[in-house]
Write a protein that binds this ligand. Structure first.
Ligand code: PAF
Length: 286
């Protein structure tokens, strides 16, 4: 497995694979890989002849007061995980390679990005859409893999691919959890032991909400209320949002009569964590 830093090197490698008639999967990541990422890479390896993993902490998707500088990085660990899972190439560009001097073109989106995380992270999805578009143009994969933990990001990318006629299949992969329920996240490393325990309110609230919906609750307000109560009982937790939205449009709904996403962002101390479940009306998606 090779690690390359330049767009030209990725293009040369992918061109050579294409000449051999091979299919290519892309797993975009910001590194500090865990079992959640590993499940995306494993799925990409099953479904494609060759797999590229991008490892790039993308500055344009962080707001001014967010954790860009402190975001955890460990390329050696990432390379070992990619290699043992079967990836063929890591693309690890510098910020200057992705955003050279004079860079001023962005991909932005309305509606879907104005709810949930978009409300408290106003520049986030513009940065995500821009970097993911760039990665799609650089690698030109047949398929690209994203985790359902970032459910809004997945919906935004599906919409971008549709709206901008990108010929790439977007594959969403289920949330991977720790044994006690906490959704795997690179940001979990920020948590102190006490905060790590407190962070379990997110998954507890998700499981209760999911059970309520499976039992036939159709009132979105009641679902949100129950999920909120569980989080509010934890003194270290501060809610950013707990919402139920239409799975396609990310707009809030009142009745659970269509595919929906129940999503939350919660601060545990200074660490902002997200979790969610998705459901078709009357049956779980995940
Ligand atoms: O989900 C992530 O890790 C990032 O948002 C992504 C898709 C790699 C873009 O930087």
């Amino acid at each position: 497995m090779n690690i390359v830093e330049t767009v030209a090197e990725v293009r040369n490698q992918v061109k050579a694979w294409r000449k051999e008639g091979l299919t290519v999967g892309l797993v975009p990541t910001m590194g500090y890989l865990h079992e959640g990422h590993q499940s995306l890479i494993a799925r990409a390896c099953q479904e494609n002849d060759r797999v590229v993993v991008s490892v790039f902490v993308n500055p344009t998707q962080f707001g001014p007061n967010e954790d860009l500088a402190s975001y955890p990085r460990d390329l050696q660990h990432d390379a070992a995980l990619c290699e043992s899972t079967g990836a063929d190439l890591i693309f690890h560009p510098t910020p200057e390679e992705m955003y050279p001097k004079g860079f001023c073109s962005f991909v932005d989106m309305d509606v879907l990005t104005k709810e949930l995380c978009g409300l408290s992270r106003p520049v986030h999805f513009r940065g995500v859409c821009t970097v993911v578009s760039k990665l799609f143009h650089i690698v030109q994969p047949d398929r690209a893999y994203f985790g359902e933990k970032d459910a809004q990001q997945l919906a935004v990318i599906r919409r971008m691919v549709l709206d901008l006629n990108m010929d790439i299949e977007i594959v969403g992969c289920p949330i991977v959890r720790e044994a006690d329920g906490l959704a795997k996240s690179s940001r979990n490393t920020y948590l102190s032991p006490e905060e790590r325990k407190a962070a379990l309110v997110l998954s507890r609230s998700i499981f209760v909400g999911k059970e309520l919906a499976e039992q036939g609750e159709t009132d979105a307000k009641k679902l949100v209320q129950k999920m909120t109560e569980i989080i509010e009982a934890e003194p270290l937790a501060k809610i950013d949002y707990v919402k139920v939205v239409d799975l396609m449009t990310m707009q809030q709904i009142e009745t659970l009569d269509r595919p929906f996403l129940a999503a939350m962002a919660v601060y545990i101390g200074k660490t902002r964590l997200i979790d969610n479940f998705m459901m078709q009306a009357g049956g779980a998606v995940q």
